[in-house]
Write a protein that binds this ligand. Structure first.
Ligand SMILES: Cc1cc2nc3c(=O)[nH]c(=O)nc-3n(C[C@H](O)[C@H](O)[C@H](O)COP(=O)(O)OP(=O)(O)OC[C@H]3O[C@@H](n4cnc5c(N)ncnc54)[C@H](O)[C@@H]3O)c2cc1C
Length: 362
């Protein structure tokens, strides 16, 4: 194996995973990460793609393989004496307005379990069953429990991955870096995992990138005397999800603000709306206090599909972006594929389904 000098621009989930696997394989890795607006650190962290009604088969394959990949990455981190407490598989509960809608989700889950055993157990819950998981959900009656659903703390995960990169001899530089000639000269490979900021990095090289930023906010609420360490994630119908974090902390979110793009200011009206919707769903939140607002920028392509691979015409620069609202699910497996590519190894997902070429124009 030849040892390469590799620069990774972006220390979110994609860049940190790629850097981790490359440093683990003996390469000299430097990660540049500005960190401002990072989607990974702001994310809710729901990993439960199997019951999505999105019809895009390539996305489903990626998301389903991405959810399964958590088992591999957690094993690898554990083998390296790392901490995997960022990953909590407590299950997910979906609720719908009618029993028929829940039956449909149940049937979809059973069908998809043939190719995705990670879904685990599926169980339609009675109101009484539901109350054992969530004691005060007044308006929810039709619920499905999915035991394979998980929650990932994105901020803790990238912190752990980058700690391991340093342990493997890599360097982390917490600053913005442009794609200048000296960088291209200094490194054998450059991985650009800059999320929503890929257009800004590639514009000076004459590339027009089909990526737009979308603002996302979620509220962090503190409840009293409420042990929710092992509670499942709650996904009611609609935009709002409820994520018990432990120590009485609950995330409620997230917003999807297309018109606000790269803006990172917490917005009073959106925050109030998230809190009120959360309280309507879950009575315990009525006495909760707001302790933090997380704001991040998601990256979207115009057809909502992520991409990764070599920059067209280059055998040195690799790119990834467009992970949208499911990037904590798909990010680790995409980062791993980038590491395989940079290492001249065979990838295990079909590259042609996710090529950057469609999204990059000169
Ligand atoms: C509020 C919210 C909730 C979400 N909830 C979920 C969820 O429940 N489940 C799920 O699967 N996904 C969720 N997502 C989506 C997921 O977080 C993202 O898709 C994913 O984290 C994107 O990862 P990334 O590595 O591509 O980009 P990012 O995490 O955005 O990382 C890119 C990094 O690159 C850095 N960077 C950019 N340009 C430069 C430069 N020139 N020099 C140095 N550094 C640079 C940035 O500062 C940033 O740190 C959510 C996102 C948000 C915002």
């Amino acid at each position: 194996m030849t040892n390469k000098k590799i620069a990774v621009i972006g220390g979110g989930i994609v860049g940190s995973t790629a850097a981790y696997y490359l440093s683990r394989n003996g390469h000299q890795v430097t990660v540049f990460d500005e960190g401002v607006g990072q989607a990974t650190s702001a994310a809710a962290g729901i990993i439960c793609p199997w019951l999505s009604k999105r019809r895009n088969k390539k996305w489903y394959r990626l998301a389903s393989d991405g959810a399964a990949f958590y088992s591999q990455i957690c094993q690898d981190i554990t083998a390296d004496q790392g901490d995997i407490s960022f990953y909590n598989k407590n299950g997910t509960i979906l609720t719908k307005k009618t029993p028929q809608a829940i039956e449909k989700q149940y049937a979809l889950g059973l069908e998809r379990r043939h190719t995705a055993p990670e879904i685990g157990d599926l169980k339609i819950l009675s109101k009484k069953d539901l109350e054992t998981y969530f004691p005060s959900l007044p308006s929810q009656e039709n619920a499905l429990f999915v035991s394979g659903g998980a929650r990932v703390d994105g901020e803790a995960m990238v912190r752990e991955l980058l700690t391991l990169v340093e342990k493997n001899g890599g360097k982390i530089i917490r600053e913005n870096v442009p794609l200048k000639q000296s960088l291209l000269d200094d490194y054998d490979k450059i991985i650009i995992a800059a999320g929503a900021w890929l257009p800004q990095l590639l514009e000076p090289l004459g590339w027009n990138v089909d990526i737009r930023g979308q603002k996302g906010q979620l509220v962090v609420l503190q409840t009293d005397d409420y042990n929710n360490q092992h509670q499942p994630v709650m996904m009611p119908e609609g935009e709002i999800d409820i994520l018990p974090i432990g120590d009485g902390i609950i995330f409620v979110g997230a917003s999807h603000e297309n018109d606000k793009g790269y803006d990172l200011l917490p917005d009073e009206k959106i925050i109030q709306n998230l809190i009120e919707k959360g309280q309507t769903l879950f009575n315990i939140l009525e006495d909760a206090s707001l302790i933090k607002v997380k704001v991040g920028t998601r990256a979207y392509t115009s057809d909502f599909s992520p991409f990764w691979g070599y920059l067209p015409g280059s055998d040195k620069i690799l790119v990834a972006s467009g992970l949208g609202s499911s990037g904590l699910t798909t990010g680790p497996i995409i980062g791993y594929q980038l590491a395989l590519l940079a290492d001249n190894k065979q990838t295990d997902l079909p590259l042609e389904d996710y090529l950057p070429d469609t999204y990059l124009q000169r």
